[in-house]
Design a protein around this ligand. Structure first.
Ligand code: OGA
Ligand code: NI
Length: 353
């Protein structure tokens, strides 16, 4: 290990390790200022968040209705859940099980993958950035690249032994689903469904496997702070409730777990591509005192170095060009030098009108 890596490892304590100590109080470094606490009393348990049934896509006549539903959800929230998306429950549960098995490995084993370099293609970590965070977040994570699988799978954890196969099956299935969703979203913007087709096939897929152990005093902490994803779109599966999204009236909604359902969230790059017509959803992860929660977020963008700019068809006199182009790699360079809770990359792309 290099000396900087050593220094960062010595300051590293995972949330899982802390939970294992059976603390009755939250360590000070995790306590949020009162205005940033989740205040769950104020969040609505929403049964009316949009759910889109993709089985209708099998009937060509119903496609336009689905596109309409997608448009509404993207305009209002930048968020929806999908059901009947053709990813078998066995594949989804297999991925969640493999994730759980990884985080249950001994600390020394996981630490071999620890890195705070955001450019690392596979990295284990805790909080957002355990070196830079002023307040820590009650989350451990494993992030890695996925597409194409053959380019990355050798770098993924070889322990637990099921990891590569079960996460690989899920990653491939989600990549297929993402292509279908992108077509629907492009159509809902008035673009051709095959817009950027090849770029999307070859696009980057970053998987964030999140583990939120049971937390003493969950009302004082968060698993992840309010943020948007730097992706075109993200697809997320959670094994239990904990994700919350912010609506246009600034109310938080807990996202219910739907049996077999998957969560779709628009990211910053979709705001750029749509020239501001769609906005990314602001979301956060809450924690609970009873059990660990697992989520797997798959972030889809164009290839790492490929710039995303507003679709030319969405730029005209009424809708002047509002964003400069940016790539996922530009974003990674930006966050490696900034505290993402304080600065936003997309703000640097906005063109003042
Ligand atoms: C993320 C994320 C939310 C969750 O990984 O970007 O927003 O519920 N996760 O874990
Ligand atoms: Ni997110």
């Amino acid at each position: 290990m290099e000396s900087s890596a050593l220094a960062s490892a010595s300051s590293f304590t995972s949330a899982t390790t802390l939970t294992g100590r059976g603390l009755s109080h939250l360590p000070k470094s995790y306590i949020l200022p009162p205005s940033e606490r989740p205040n769950c009393a104020l969040s609505t348990n929403s049964s009316n968040l949009p759910i889109i049934d993709l089985s209708s896509l099998q009937h060509p006549l119903l496609r336009s209705r689905v596109v309409q539903e997608v448009r509404l959800a993207c305009k209002e929230l930048g968020f929806f859940q999908v059901i009947n998306h053709e990813i078998p429950p066995l594949v989804m549960n297999g991925a969640l099980d493999a994730a759980n098995a990884f985080f249950n490995l001994p600390s020394e084993e996981k630490m071999q993958l620890m890195s705070d370099n955001v450019h690392e293609p596979v990295r284990y970590g805790t909080s957002l950035n355990h070196v830079k965070d002023k307040v820590h977040f009650w989350r451990d994570f494993l992030k890695h690249y996925c597409n194409p699988i053959s380019a990355w799978i050798d770098l993924w954890p070889s322990n637990p032994p099921c990891y590569k196969e079960q996460i690989g099956n899920y990653a491939k299935a989600v990549h297929e689903l993402q292509k279908k969703l992108m077509e629907l979203i492009f159509e809902s913007l008035g673009l051709h469904p095959t817009y950027l087709k090849e770029d999307i096939e070859e696009g980057s897929q970053v998987m964030a496997v999140n583990y939120y152990p049971a937390c003493p005093e969950p009302e004082l902490a968060l698993g992840l702070p309010p943020h948007t994803d730097y992706s075109l779109l993200s697809i997320l599966v959670q094994n239990q409730q904990g994700l919350q999204i912010l609506d246009q009236d600034k109310n938080w909604h807990s996202v219910p777990v739907i049996e077999g359902g998957l969560i779709v969230q628009l990211g910053d790059q979709m705001e750029v591509l749509s020239n501001g017509q769609y906005k990314p959803v602001i979301h956060r992860a809450t924690v609970n005192s009873e059990t660990c929660r697992i989520s797997i977020a798959s972030l889809h963008s164009l290839a790492l170095e490929k710039k995303v700019g507003p679709a030319p068809k969405l730029v005209d006199k009424q809708n002047p060009l509002s964003y400069k182009q940016g790539s996922f790699a530009d974003f990674l360079n930006f966050i490696s030098g900034n505290d993402i809770t304080a600065a936003s990359f997309i703000d640097t792309l906005k063109i003042n009108k």
